[in-house]
Write a protein that binds this ligand. Structure first.
Ligand code: APR
Length: 238
């Protein structure tokens, strides 16, 4: 094994890796939270207060995900994950995104720390289901029959992200941390680069422009994810 060839890569992705697939980011010019108020659409309180408006917003986003296609950046990441696995290494793919573009590009075991738009969950019995069609407030749960208890299985502001123990264990075991297409503005994900540095793990940022955390990265490549992801992973995971 070449000395500097990473064998356990922790990759964190954000909305920027899906931007060229036509899915909006949150904080760029024209981003989702510049057009909509997240406190009225992405909190448990907003859902309790006005479920129809929240469900309309997520039904629209879900249709957008279904219509979108993964691009070369998603595919390069999935290919690197497969090459690394074939030689006994590991690319742990943690995403803040709620779309399924990583999976559709061939990535395995994708960890969705903010949940998944193509799943719904019952507040009454806790059952969760894959979901492609629109969700309406009065729909009964297929498991417990309770009507009006189904919600998008995404993590809203004020809720705990998912899979934090798995993420923490994978970060501790990594020898390279790569952040792709994230502004580094929402915790706990925004804190992972500092955790990696404290663990002596090499860090790399791939983004269209320097993120809020840019100063914490050992190296960076700026440009479009559909270009720079392939460049980095082709050179690092040959
Ligand atoms: N290629 C690479 N990077 C890009 C591209 C692109 N084509 N387009 C945009 N970017 C970068 C932007 O420069 C920005 O730094 O992607 C980043 C997107 O940042 P945000 O919109 O803040 O998205 P993200 O970091 O994923 O947000 C984190 O905030 O609202 C919550 O739950 C939501 O998961 C989301 C979290």
């Amino acid at each position: 094994m070449a000395a500097n060839r990473p064998e356990r890569i922790f990759v964190l992705t954000g909305a920027g890796i899906s931007a060229e697939s036509g899915l909006g980011t949150f904080r760029d010019r024209g981003g989702l939270w510049g057009r909509f108020d997240p406190m009225r659409l992405a909190t448990p309180e907003a859902f309790a207060d006005d479920p129809d408006t929240v469900l309309d917003f997520y039904n629209l986003r879900r249709r957008g995900v279904i219509a979108a296609e993964p691009h070369a950046g998603h595919r390069a990441l999935a290919a690197a994950q497969a090459r690394l696995a074939a030689r006994g290494g590991r690319l742990f793919l943690c995403t803040q995104n709620v779309d399924d573009l990583h999976e559709r590009a061939g990535a395995r075991d994708v960890v969705h720390m903010h949940g998944e738009l193509l799943r719904i969950r019952c507040l009454a019995c806790g059952s969760a289901f894959d979901r492609r069609g629109d969700l309406h407030r009065t729909e009964p749960c297929a498991a417990c029959g309770r009507a009006g208890a189904l919600r998008p299985d995404v993590v809203w502001f004020g809720e705990m992200p998912k899979h934090l123990d798995r993420i923490d264990a994978a970060l501790r075991a990594a020898d390279l941390f790569v952040a792709i297409g994230t502004s580094g503005s929402v915790y706990p994900a925004a804190g992972y680069v500092a955790q990696a540095r404290a663990l002596g793990i090499r860090t790399c940022e791939l983004n269209r422009e320097p993120s809020d955390n840019a100063a914490l990265f050992d190296e960076a490549r700026y440009g479009l994810a559909s270009d720079i992801v392939h460049e980095l992973f082709h050179s690092r995971v040959d």
